[in-house]
Design a protein. Structure first.
Length: 297
């Protein structure tokens, strides 16, 4: 099967592309192994770890621990995007995340990603030391986001979402799930490149759990390689999500083994980056799967 690509020429689904991500003066080969993005939510209400690291000192301590546990990138967010979540002001988001980024940027050797869809917050975060933007809207919620990423020459993660966090899980319906998400991401890539963001600084994320049913999420995990036809590295976030809870009938804090299985499947099916809470454990999972994949090549 072939499909046109915004990020490059058309390609066979079976073709492989080497992805080299430029962050500041470093180049990360995302094809050599799967990279780990550790989650640090500085929120009182995130679905899994809300309140755990809302205190500044605890957040900084956890950020340093995430690096020690083997993460390649740390993703810091100050606004919950769980289903039904309400928006917070940019002032409140600033109060939550900027002090954490300022403290961690001088202590960490790994890049810091800012998880926000607000260009105002993204710019402040970059000035405080962040070097990646993770936008759940794929540059759709704030028209200035692409300009900020291009201005500071930082990579962007473009995610698919159907609706907004507040309404995304209210009966999401697709006529052709893979095609619609592919088209959305392709359009986000075009927005990014038109803003001046180079191809080698774009990562895509099909948005597990963001306006999808259980069956939708399972279909996405089984078809990650399909999105490589966009010629951009693919990030997958399955950590502790509701699809695991629905299958196993357990709460968020009990989902580590289900997360391990979902992460393993994601890596086997083509994920270049996995975004996770339980860094130490998932580093081990990813290393095993990467080794198995290498043996099969």
């Amino acid at each position: 099967m072939k499909i046109s690509s915004i990020c490059g020429a058309s390609m066979d689904l079976a073709d492989k592309k080497e992805y080299n991500l430029e962050i500041k003066n470093h180049i990360y080969n995302l094809s050599a192994r799967t990279h780990i993005m550790g989650i640090l939510n500085v929120t009182p209400d995130s679905f899994s770890d809300g309140g755990d690291f809302f205190d500044l000192d605890r957040a900084v301590e956890r950020g340093m621990e995430i690096e020690r546990e083997g993460a390649d990138i740390i993703d810091i967010g100050g606004e919950s995007t769980r289903p039904g979540a309400k928006k917070i002001s940019k002032e409140e988001e600033q109060r939550r995340v900027i002090p954490v980024i300022e403290k961690l940027s001088s202590r960490l050797s790994i890049p810091i990603s800012i998880d926000t869809y607000k260009s105002y917050i993204a710019e402040l975060a970059i000035k405080a030391g962040a070097t990646v933007i993770n936008d759940i809207s794929g540059l759709r919620f704030d028209s200035g986001m692409g300009e900020i990423a291009a201005k500071y020459d930082v990579p962007v993660i473009l995610m698919h979402i159907k609706g907004t966090p507040r309404n995304m899980q209210k009966d999401p319906v697709y006529s052709d799930l893979l095609k619609e998400i592919h088209t959305y991401l392709s359009e986000s890539i075009t927005i990014a490149m038109n803003a001046g963001i180079p191809e080698n600084k774009i990562i895509i994320d099909p948005g597990i759990g963001f306006g999808k049913t259980l069956d939708d999420n399972l279909q996405l995990i089984n078809n990650i390689n399909y999105f490589h036809t966009l010629h951009c590295p693919v990030l997958i976030g399955v950590s502790r999500k509701s699809l695991i809870g629905k299958i196993l009938n357990i709460n968020e804090k009990e989902r580590i083994y289900g997360t391990a299985a979902a992460v393993a499947a994601s890596v086997m099916n083509g994920a270049n980056i996995v975004r996770i809470h339980d860094v130490k454990e998932m580093v081990q999972v990813v290393k095993i799967i990467d080794t198995l994949k290498t043996e099969n090549e």
